[in-house]
Design a protein around this ligand. Structure first.
Ligand SMILES: Cc1cc2nc3c(=O)[nH]c(=O)nc-3n(C[C@H](O)[C@H](O)[C@H](O)COP(=O)(O)O)c2cc1C
Length: 342
């Protein structure tokens, strides 16, 4: 039997720490730039008024303290989302809190926002200022004033803010699933923001009361003034392999449902706010499907863990190939079924 790569023999958290350390080595990741296919002008896209060289973004959670966002961009991502950043440093939940499910290309996590807090993230973002036009930062908290402070301290250092009210692993966040509380929080942020604001939503189930409730949150958020929505966070899951007994599922099993949710949100918003699709994306074909359904960009995380650092560049190149076959010149023109390419 072939030996598993070293990185998969480490615990998920140790492997992640090793990856982030490697990405922190200055200069090395620059070498990927000419090869990453990220800057083909045909892939350029605009999301809530922010221009990105391509629509493939890194989702929140990979770089919680905003330490290596510049290196990540060199791998071919069009944009990268740092955080989730909270006002104070937090230890997160007890371990085990990240579990790989390799046969499903999925991950279960119950991290609960471990992080070094706002001050540390601001220091790192200051160092990556030259990339600020391609960085979003995810912020969160359970008290409105704390979230407002996260926004005011970071917004000068990034191109957009992503408000996370959707982590299934953090007790207290669910208060913002009440439309009145969500509206109050967003209006408070809108009053002081000077960059586009996105809200990242929890996923909703088909044919359930939950779908109605979550779509009500989308409507409330847009009415309160967000510029875009991120659909969606991890799917709540129960598992005895996580020390707290429950957490969020991410990765390949989410994709089909992501597509359904994008169709739901697009029908509801009809262009009144931009959509970033997130959940289970691994291929250029899937990016095509989500853009065709109305998303302006996508974010991914778990497939990056399984497929490695070449993934964003492979997606970019394949997307251009699909566009060639379809005879279109820009990603904005993507619509209809995925063209078949041999
Ligand atoms: C280990 C891990 C940590 C995460 N941490 C965060 C986080 O801090 N904030 C957030 O908004 N989403 C977080 N997420 C969710 C991802 O941003 C994304 O919404 C989700 O994983 C679905 O996308 P994927 O299937 O491409 O991974 C995390 C996901 C994983 C796997």
């Amino acid at each position: 039997m072939a030996a598993r790569p070293l990185i998969f023999r480490l615990s998920p958290e140790s492997a992640h720490a090793a990856t982030v350390t490697a990405l922190g080595i200055p200069g090395v990741w620059n070498a990927f730039r000419p090869l990453n296919g990220a800057e083909n002008a045909r892939l350029a896209t605009t999301v809530a008024g922010i221009s990105f060289p391509n629509p493939v973004g890194l989702a929140a959670g990979f770089d919680k303290d905003c330490r290596v966002l510049g290196s990540v961009l060199h791998l071919g991502f069009g944009f990268a989302t740092g955080g989730t950043v909270t006002l104070s440093a937090r230890p997160g939940n007890p371990r085990p809190r990240v579990v790989r499910v390799p046969d499903r290309k999925a991950v279960m996590n119950s991290l609960g926002f471990p992080g070094s807090g706002l001050e540390a993230a601001v220091r790192k973002l200051q160092k990556s200022r030259k990339y600020s036009d391609r960085i979003l930062v995810s912020i969160s908290g359970t008290i409105e004033d704390e979230v407002v402070e996260c926004l005011t301290r970071t917004q000068g250092l990034v191109s957009g803010i992503e408000l996370n009210v959707s982590s299934p692993n953090t007790s207290g966040l669910r208060v913002f699933h009440e439309p009145g509380r969500l509206r109050g929080l967003i209006e408070g942020l809108v009053a002081v923001k000077n960059v586009p604001l996105f809200v990242k939503l929890p996923p909703w189930m088909r044919n359930k009361e939950n779908r109605r409730e979550m779509l009500k949150l989308v409507e409330t958020a847009v009415d309160a003034g967000v510029d875009g929505v991120v659909v969606a966070n991890t799917h709540p899951i129960e598992s005895s392999r996580l020390s707290v007994g429950n957490g969020g599922l991410s990765g390949a099993p989410l994709f089909e449902h992501t597509e359904l949710m994008i169709a739901d949100v697009q029908a509801l918003l009809q262009g009144n706010a931009d959509i970033i699709a997130c959940g289970g994306v691994t291929t250029a074909e899937q990016v095509w499907q989500l853009l065709a359904k109305g998303a302006s960009a996508i974010q991914l995380y778990t497939s990056f863990v399984y497929e490695g650092p070449g993934l964003p560049s492979r997606i970019n190149r394949r997307l251009v190939k699909l566009m060639n076959v379809a005879g279109i010149t820009t990603v904005d023109e993507i619509s209809g079924p995925v063209p078949s390419v041999r």
